[in-house]
Design a protein. Structure first.
Lengths: 632, 364
């Protein structure tokens, strides 16, 4: 054996001591490191550890119900399951993606897109991959607990809307809060994935309807699986809201408007409470309660009939002859021309070198105010308009509530438009053409109104100049009231004229026929028809008689009952109707009002019978073939 | 006197310190694993300790001079084993570090650590000059470099680095020209830069090192381990959360909490107090080793003991530093405390060498 002990065996003791100093120094440095973490920064890391350990799972608060004025449930909730995807482990998800998409019946592209969109969110926030899970989906998640631990079930309360688009535009729908809403909110009320009202009352009264979500705190392990529940904070359900809508009347209105394009709104002129509100065509908000596939959304939006448009508050159209009510009010209030004004109507009139036709080519003969309203004489109101001038017309139209929002408690109301000389100068930079006043006088030209506006204006006039804010929330406080006091005589003349429209063989004669069917001809139903062309006069001129037969109208009817102190007012708009207002909108409004009285008198509403037996096509639009109707 | 003193000249103090560390480790392994599918690991660790103790006893009986005699052969065996493991090795966790010998999976690099201690002890003891010459340094570099590169190829950056302190401490004790020291440092820096930019490091190794520099950039990726470890340590406070009550540990946030990160688990549950006790135990262990080196009969013995001390100190520093985010995650366990067969057995065999040196000190 070699002797490794040989040679200089003096050990380098000094260096060994230096090494041990080094060791002591190293250990001290390490201890300082631990000291920094465990003593100085202990609080910070304790917080982090706590967050690691405890995960909060929201318990979704159910939204408040919506009830009709009699307490009948219109919008309810039902429990449902959402399938969540925990995103803690992207690699695992990537691997399981085909399995998940196949099992849940979703496309891989959609899920990948969702994951991409959620990249900015914290990893611990799960992704809702299937908002409404079927029993098969739930079974799939349950049976793959071990191999697909990233999938989880969450109980949620889902909105249940009436079927077939009943009251759809009023109710609106809910949906996931949008990124814009998240950015714009002041506090931190909403977090991504929260369900909020997106349209209609759901949006208007979102704050009332939304509850406060509860919280379940669970201890989770490092892969995010709950190990044990710590505690629950119970959710506070949203408050219900009671609507002014009468379920039965709404049903009648829906039935009447079925298959038509247009709107029907009915309210109580004494309060502004809306009893029924229909816009057709409609959509099914239940499609929105769950995430709506992009394709379906596009279909709804691209539909030429615009089912998403709430025509009751968003359709801005020429009022046609209904505007003659406003003209009458302006004339009587300003005494220009005086109340006893008479004209001879030969079927046309010439102003500023241009011929303006009456809808009745043979003319109305000698016409006073009452006759002019009842038979909707255009020539009479051409003259009234010419004498009043555009700015006086504009003043009264605005004073009576046109050209501005009614303040109905629904989002998205349109303001309409009342033209004036100022407006023309501001927008078109030229002077007002006096000839335009003649068109405006019979509700044509640039004037645009929404059904709700027209209804409120006519209701307010019938009430003597008290205009209540139309509203849908039963205990809305305060209900805003706009006052424009009208002379006793003004109100009397207008309501008498509108009474004549229906009851004295005027343009609303078919309304009376409908009332007689229900034996309700004595309710004192008053109204005014309006027909506005969808295409221009020039275009119509170039058509043959046969072509004109296919020409379609926007028809209006605004009515109320009884004549004095009305308790119900209704507006009907039928767009693209083959019939003029007297033939389509008027009897429809009459049938609706008949139902109102039947319900009030405790009679069963025969909505279906009424709709089916009423004359659908009483007359062909004969006048249209002969004359150029300016309004009726 | 010779034969009689053997058992009594055992370093009982050293053994007591080590066994205390082992018990602390066993308790923490139990705490970390009892609640899940890994439960019962403490018994297996106890088995490794048992085997290690037997190995230590055997090693302490073999005259270290005989081992030094066989140094060149041992060196060749070590190199051969490393080549073998690269060729036919058993792949686990993406690295080839294990070979199966008679049904037992062995981590060859642990064996190489022992061999390097012996080889370098002989090498340094043969240096007769006051200071190491440049030629000596080159030889030293080659002796350590060849196995280090082979271990790097497995790839196991941590263990490859473990070989360095043996050489560094040995060179320091043998005496080194400070100009040479600066040169070696510069060379080391150069190698590091080339190694980083070349293709010598596996992507995950680069990632780990990058993560070490910027852990907050990938809280759920590679930095996750470091961050979770720091949270465990920091949330422990002074007294800790109590045995079996560390949420980071119990819920599995701490990575390999029974092995490489056992100190994080201990720091969480026993607090700074527990860490202090553990660190003092390691300090005692290391100082006791230096004490043994000082009392060695010859330089070769001293180099053997200091080689062991250098490796153990390196393990403690790097592991504890890693747990608090001061060192990169390199897979270096805490000796005698971390779960693991190879590292535990290596530790005891190394202690066997130390005992051997101690028992020989009065032999002439």
């Amino acid at each position: 054996m070699a002797n490794w002990i040989g040679g200089d065996q003096k050990l380098p003791q000094g260096r060994l001591i230096l090494v041990s100093y080094g060791i002591v120094l190293g250990i001290i440095l390490l201890l300082l490191g631990f000291w920094k973490l465990q003593i100085i920064q202990s609080g910070h890391y304790s917080d982090l550890a706590e967050k690691n350990r405890v995960r909060s799972i929201p318990i979704i608060a159910p939204r408040g119900k919506m009830l009709d004025r009699n307490g009948r449930v219109i919008v309810d909730n039902y429990p449902s399951f959402s399938i969540l995807l925990q995103r803690d482990d992207p690699k695992q998800i990537e691997k399981d993606l085909p399995k998940i998409t196949a099992g849940l019946g979703i496309t891989e592209d959609d899920l990948e897109q969702q994951l991409k969109d959620a990249r900015g969110e914290p990893r611990f926030q799960p992704l809702v991959v299937k908002p409404e899970a079927s029993n098969a989906d739930i079974a799939f998640v349950e049976s793959h607990r071990t191999d697909l631990p990233e999938l989880e079930l969450m109980m949620v309360q889902r909105r249940k809307y009436p079927p077939n688009g009943f009251l759809a535009h009023v109710i609106g729908y809910v949906g996931e809060v949008s990124p814009e809403q998240l950015e714009q909110q002041s506090g931190d009320r909403y977090k991504p994935g929260d369900i909020v009202g997106k349209a209609g009352l759901e949006r208007e009264y979102n704050d009332i309807l939304t509850g406060t979500d509860g919280m379940r705190r669970v201890i989770v392990n490092s892969v995010g699986k709950p190990v044990r529940t710590l505690d629950d904070t119970e959710p506070i359900p949203g408050k219900p809201i009671q609507l002014t809508i009468d379920y039965n009347l709404q049903a009648v209105a829906e039935e009447e408007m079925a298959g038509k394009v247009g709107a029907l709104v009915a309210l109580d002129p004494r309060t502004g409470e809306i009893l029924a509100m229909v816009s057709h065509p409609t959509f099914d908000p239940n499609d929105f309660a769950v995430r709506i596939p992009t394709k379906e959304w596009r279909t709804l939006n691209d539909d030429p009939n615009k089912p998403m448009l709430d025509r009751a508050i968003q359709a801005q159209l020429a009022p046609g002859s209904v505007f003659k009510i406003i003209m009458t009010a302006a004339m009587l209030q300003s005494h220009v021309p005086p109340a006893n004004f008479h004209v001879f109507c030969p079927g046309y009139a010439v102003f500023y070198g241009r011929v303006f036709h009456d809808w009745l080519a043979k003319g109305h003969g000698e016409v006073g105010l009452h006759h002019a309203i009842v038979d909707s004489c255009d020539v009479f109101f051409y003259n009234v308009g010419q004498q009043l001038g555009i700015d006086r017309i504009s003043y009264y139209a605005k004073a009576l509530g046109l050209g501005k929002r009614t303040g109905i408690d629904l989002p998205g109301e349109e303001p309409g438009l009342v033209p004036s000389s100022n407006w023309v100068e501001r927008v078109y930079h030229h002077q007002w053409y006096p000839g335009s006043t003649i068109s405006v006088a019979i509700g044509q030209g640039a004037t645009e109104v929404t059904p709700i506006q027209l209804l409120r204006t006519v209701s307010g006039i019938a009430m003597g100049g008290v205009f209540y804010q139309p509203h849908l929330l039963k205990d809305l406080k305060p209900v805003k009231v706009m006052r424009f006091p009208l002379a006793e005589d003004t109100v009397k003349q207008i309501t008498d004229g509108m009474y004549g429209v229906v009851n004295e063989g005027g343009t609303g004669v078919f309304a009376l026929a409908a009332l007689k069917k229900e034996n309700l001809q004595n309710i004192g139903f008053c109204g005014k028809t309006g027909t506005a062309q969808v295409i221009s006069t020039q275009k119509l001129d170039s058509m043959s008689v046969a072509q004109r037969r296919n020409y379609r109208y926007n028809t209006w009817f605004v009515g109320f009952a009884p004549k004095r102190n009305p308790e119900i007012a209704v507006v009907v708009l039928v767009q693209d109707s083959a019939l003029e207002a007297g033939g389509s909108a008027a009897p429809l409004a009459a049938r609706f009002v008949a139902s109102y009285y039947q319900e009030k008198l405790g009679q069963p509403i025969q909505e279906l019978e009424a709709a089916q037996t009423a004359p659908k096509n009483p007359v062909a639009p004969a006048p249209a073939a002969k004359v150029i109707p300016q309004g009726r | 006197m010779r034969e009689r003193t053997h058992t009594f000249e055992f370093d009982w103090w050293l053994l007591t310190i080590v066994m205390t560390i082992c018990v602390v480790g066993l308790l923490e392994i139990y705490s970390s694993t009892h609640g899940n599918s890994l439960h019962g690991m403490q018994w297996r660790q106890l088995g490794w300790i048992g085997i290690g103790l037997v190995g230590m006893l055997v090693f302490s009986r073999i005259d270290y001079n005989a081992l030094l005699d066989q140094a060149p052969i041992l060196y060749l065996i070590g190199i051969a084993a490393l080549v073998l493991v690269l060729a036919v090795g058993h792949t686990r966790f993406g690295a080839r570090r294990w070979i199966v010998v008679g049904g037992v999976v062995l981590q060859v690099s642990e064996l190489v650590k022992l061999i390097i201690i012996i080889v370098l002890a002989r090498y340094f003891s043969e240096v007769r000059t006051e200071r190491l010459t440049l030629t000596d340094l080159v030889k030293l570099g080659l002796l350590v470099g060849v196995p280090a590169v082979l271990i790097l190829r497995q790839p196991d950056l941590g263990t490859a680095l473990v070989l360095l302190p043996v050489a560094i401490v040995g060179a320091f004790l043998a005496g080194i020209n400070w100009k040479h020291a600066v040169g070696v440092l510069a060379l080391g820096a150069l190698v590091a830069v080339v190694g980083w930019n070349g293709h010598f490091l596996k992507p995950y190794q680069k990632q780990r090192l990058a993560t070490f520099v910027h852990p907050e950039e990938s809280p759920h990726g590679a930095g996750y381990q470091i961050l979770q470890s720091e949270i465990a340590v920091g949330s422990g406070g002074f007294w800790g959360k109590g045995f079996g009550k560390g949420s980071q540990n119990q819920l599995g946030f701490v990575p390999v909490r029974y092995s490489d990160f056992i100190l994080a688990a201990l720091a969480e549950e026993q607090g700074f107090f527990g860490v202090l006790i553990s660190m003092l135990l390691y300090l005692a262990l290391l100082l006791r080793l230096v004490d043994n080196a000082q009392k060695a009969k010859d330089r070769a013995g001293m180099y053997l003991v200091m080689g062991v001390a250098a490796i153990l100190a390196f393990h403690v520093m790097v592991n504890a530093g890693m747990v608090i985010g001061y060192m990169p995650v390199t897979g270096i366990p805490l000796p005698f405390m971390s779960y693991g067969g190879s590292v535990t057995i290596f530790g005891f065999l190394a202690l066997g060498l130390v005992m051997n040196v101690r028992m020989k000190r009065f032999v002439n």
